[in-house]
Design a protein around this ligand. Structure first.
Ligand code: ADP
Length: 479
């Protein structure tokens, strides 16, 4: 069975703190008890050594040669503190027991000399024959020409009971400390995580219809605040793309409706009454024209959809800009010639860009085709390419057509935007061109040409700056 409290972060935090503190306190109690035991042992050994010193001063032989302890043995204040004092004095040479106190009775504090036992005080833990554990101090000294070894032992039992008391006090304090820490940790975690509850509450209200809702940001500099800010930015992006998608969908339906309506009208008129074959040819011709428009529109929409979905991958190779421009101009020169326009190209040789040839050509053709389409008959279109700082190539396509007013230029790259109401284009050519140029790490801007027409400038990163002396500038003229 899982505990309810462990399902929440605050519960898990509180439990973790309590668990951590329990371990820490137990380690502390163990360490403190060990230290306490060591201090106690040290103290008892010192007390035993003092006792041995006193005892040695009070030992004396009767005229018959019996060793006894003078009466004033118990008079020192330390003596009264020591309850379990066991005393044994032996002759060092013969090993014979010369004295044992009453507490020791018929037990013994060891037989033959212990290793290290001598004129220095030696200490050891010892277990008596009845199992009693004691701390034993022994010392060798001379009395009336004989070498005596005095052994004095103090029982460990009182030390154990003091250690138990000490540990009991510490262990009793642990549950109290744990309760205080547990409750405090739970409250602090609950207060810290309160903004998260507010965020959850608000997030539950965000639906596709209420995408303008945002999460509350209590403290923008802490982790939760930063999370809320990041999620809000994400929501902003989702809202923007959602709105864009909605606008795009309605624009697309609008764009498709017009040619379809034209097709239907032309068809209906064609069927109204019998006509001469030449009239049918005309009707079918205009229907095909609309179908062609529809096809181009659908192709552009597909391109845009693929670009939006990130499905367009660039197959970049090193391209010579002048060659590419010559190619584009060559493709459209017939259209310019039909309108009696002067289409000229001046491109510095040796400018290399890394790009997808098909895509970049499509972008250039879209812009160039517009220039030819929107410039009046007999107009001039200039295509130029030159190296530009820093390490870029600048391609300009300028015409002396009607141009685009400044407010129109600001929106020229929006999808379905046309600068003038009566135009037949789809309004998708420039957005596609801009996407392609930017996908190549470049920029596409629309300005005004010196003659008041349009001037589109494309800047692309240069792979290699070619030397472009004027003599080597390629000049192409459609006339
Ligand atoms: P389309 O040409 O199919 O309408 P575009 O996205 O290529 O779509 O162009 C958008 C609009 O920009 C055109 O409808 C036109 O109004 C304007 N435009 C583009 N190029 C030129 C130009 N060279 N001269 C004048 N207007 C232009």
């Amino acid at each position: 069975m899982k505990f309810q409290a462990l399902r929440t972060i605050r519960g898990r935090l509180a439990v973790s703190y309590v668990a951590l503190l329990s371990v820490t306190l137990l380690v502390f109690v163990a360490g403190a008890s060990l230290l306490f035991w060591m201090l106690l042992t040290h103290q008892v050994y010192r007390s035993a050594i003092e006792n041995v010193e006193n005892t040695e001063g009070l030992l004396a032989f009767t005229p018959e040669g019996t060793l006894y302890l003078r009466e004033d043995y118990h008079d020192t204040p330390q003596d009264r503190l020591v309850q379990e004092r066991l005393l044994e004095v032996r002759d060092l040479n013969s090993g014979a027991v010369l004295y044992r106190n009453k507490k020791l009775g018929d037990r013994t504090l060891g037989g033959a000399p212990f290793p290290g036992e001598g004129t220095d005080y030696s200490r050891r833990r010892y277990r008596l024959s009845d199992g009693t554990r004691v701390l034993l101090v022994s010392h060798v000294h001379g009395l009336d020409g004989r070498q005596l070894v005095t052994r004095l032992a103090l029982g460990e039992a009182p030390m154990f009971s003091r250690l138990k008391q000490f540990m009991a006090v510490l262990l009793l304090a642990i549950p109290l400390a744990l309760a205080i820490v547990g409750i405090t940790a739970f409250r602090v975690a609950a207060r810290t995580l309160a903004p998260l509850d507010a965020m959850i509450g608000r997030a539950e209200r965000i639906t596709p219809k209420k995408l303008d809702e945002r999460l509350p940001v209590v403290n923008p500099s802490d982790e939760l605040g930063r999370l809320a800010v990041v999620i809000n930015t994400l929501l902003q992006r989702i809202e923007t793309s959602f709105n864009q998608l909605q606008r795009f969908t309605s624009d697309v339906s609008h764009e498709l409706r017009t040619p379809l309506a034209v097709l239907r009208n032309v068809g209906e008129v064609g069927l109204q009454r019998p006509k001469a074959p030449s009239q049918y040819e005309e009707i079918i011709g205009s229907m095909l024209e609309e179908v062609n428009r529809l096809t181009r529109l659908v192709e552009s929409l597909l391109t845009i959809a693929r670009m939006d979905a990130g499905q367009v991958s660039l197959r970049s190779i090193e391209l010579d800009v002048a060659t590419l421009l010559r190619n584009c101009v060559g493709l459209l020169e017939v259209l310019a010639q039909e309108k009696g326009q002067n289409l000229s190209l001046e491109a510095a040789e040796g400018l290399l860009v890394k790009s997808d040839e098909v895509m970049l050509r499509q972008a250039l053709l879209n812009i160039l085709h517009n220039a030819i389409k929107y410039t009046q008959e007999g107009g001039a279109i200039e295509v130029r390419a030159r190296g530009a700082e820093p390490n870029a190539v600048e391609i300009t396509i300028a015409d002396d057509g009607p141009g685009i007013p400044a407010e129109g230029r600001a929106r020229i790259f929006e999808r379905f935007y046309r600068a003038f109401a009566d135009q037949t284009g789809s309004g998708l050519g420039l957005p596609i061109a801009k996407w392609i140029v930017e996908a190549h790490g470049g920029q596409l801007v629309c300005g005004a040409s010196a003659s008041g027409g349009c001037c589109f400038t494309i800047r692309l990163p240069l792979v290699q700056a070619g030397v472009a002396p004027p003599a080597r500038v390629a000049v192409f003229d459609a006339h």
